[in-house]
Design a protein around this ligand. Structure first.
Ligand code: GDP
Length: 358
């Protein structure tokens, strides 16, 4: 499955956040989730739609989709110079499908900042510089080969041109992801460049930041087009010990309406380019993970490969239509249930029943 690699400078709260992610029983309710390896956290994607579906279909349980986070330990500064740990660090990032960067914006005289002061722009630059330098090495190595290929194979000219363009962006100290409006990242896929992966920024903040809309807006703009999540990792860890009422009170006191881990799971899922569709019956109401732009047969294949092979059609109602109708029978009577064929592109929140041959 697709994963987000958690990276950041030392002492920014990565372990605190990762531990909260892997120990969150509220998020994990009814889901047999597991920490597969000590550094992988599989987190259920909060989805209130499943409870509504379970009511309508009298389902016995709900099964949410999941998001996987990998804790990528290791040094950051100097990583691109390739010393031991640095190489391993970059190799681990290369395996992740997206980069989840944790940035410290909390003030705490008791927690030493490696660079001396809390400066998010500076910290982001420190990390991104290492990733950019690693990409520059990859690109410089690939260019002579691509130039040669392009001389003899016309169809390699596009790959060469886009790689030259990537070099210029990296030379300017920018990540490729942040330049996605200018460059065709799909054309670069063969080089597995680190900064071409989708980025998500987690600002580990304190109450002063969490309640300061201007500051939040500023930080959001700083990392756009990447998504940004604001949370207090220490509070998230404390929430795990609390009952529902105390959780609500603590969140309110820092100006939040839901645990930051919920926003993080959603943002992570979205950053990976994933979406869900829903199925429901007496046994379970369930969210299934698919990519954006997937067709109905591809989506059916996530349940069972036979469903994809024997696909005939899909009976689909959007979640909102189903809720406003109140039941499947009434949604049908109101003409809100559609029969879709093999070219149908799935939409997030489609409630589906597949028809197939076995
Ligand atoms: P890592 O090195 O990035 O994994 O950072 P840790 O999770 O080990 O955190 C470093 C220190 O900062 C620990 O003492 C944490 O308790 C503390 N810490 C982590 N998150 C927060 C936070 O949101 N606020 C405050 N005040 N301290 C935090």
């Amino acid at each position: 499955s697709l994963t987000l690699g958690i990276v950041g400078l030392p002492n920014v709260g990565k372990s605190t956040l990762f531990n909260a992610l892997t120990q969150n029983e509220v998020l994990a309710a009814n889901y047999p989730f597991a920490t597969i390896e000590p550094n992988v956290g599989v987190v259920p994607l909060p989805d209130t739609r499943l409870d509504r579906l379970a009511e309508i279909f009298s389902s016995q349980r709900t099964v949410p989709a999941v998001v996987s986070f990998v804790d990528i330990a290791g040094i950051v500064k100097g990583a691109s110079e390739g010393a031991g740990m640095g190489n391993q660090f970059l190799a681990n990032i290369r395996e992740a499908n997206a980069i989840c960067q944790v940035i410290r914006v909390f003030d705490d005289p008791d927690v030493v900042h490696v660079e001396g002061t809390v400066d998010p722009a500076d910290d982001i630059e420190t990390i991104n510089t290492e990733l950019i330098l690693a990409d520059m090495q990859t690109v410089e190595k690939a260019l002579p080969r691509l130039e040669k290929e392009a001389r003899t194979h016309k169809d390699r000219r596009a790959a060469l041109a886009v790689t030259q363009q990537a070099r210029d962006i990296l030379d300017a100290g920018r990540t490729l992801f942040s330049a996605q409006a200018e460059i065709d990242l799909a054309e670069l896929r063969e080089l597995s460049l680190l900064t071409a992966k989708p980025f998500l920024y987690v600002f580990n903040a304190d109450e002063a930041v969490l309640t300061n809309e201007t500051r939040i807006k500023e930080l959001r703009e700083m990392v756009a087009p990447a998504d940004a999540v604001f949370l207090d990792a220490k509070v998230e860890a404390e929430l795990l010990e609390l009952d529902e009422e105390s959780t609500r009170e603590l969140l309110e006191s820092i100006g939040q309406t839901e645990p930051g881990l919920y926003s993080l799971a959603r943002a992570g899922f979205h950053t990976l380019g994933l979406q869900t569709y829903l199925t429901a019956g007496p046994k379970e109401a369930r969210a299934w993970t698919i990519g954006r732009g997937w067709t109905a047969p591809q989506a059916a294949g996530v349940i069972h490969t036979d469903f994809e092979r024997g696909f005939i059609k899909a009976e689909i109602v959007s979640f909102d239509d189903l809720i406003s109708a109140g039941s499947m029978a009434e949604a049908k009577a109101a003409g809100r249930v559609r029969m879709e064929g093999k070219d149908y592109l799935m939409a997030d929140g489609d409630v589906v029943e597949f028809r197939f041959n076995v």
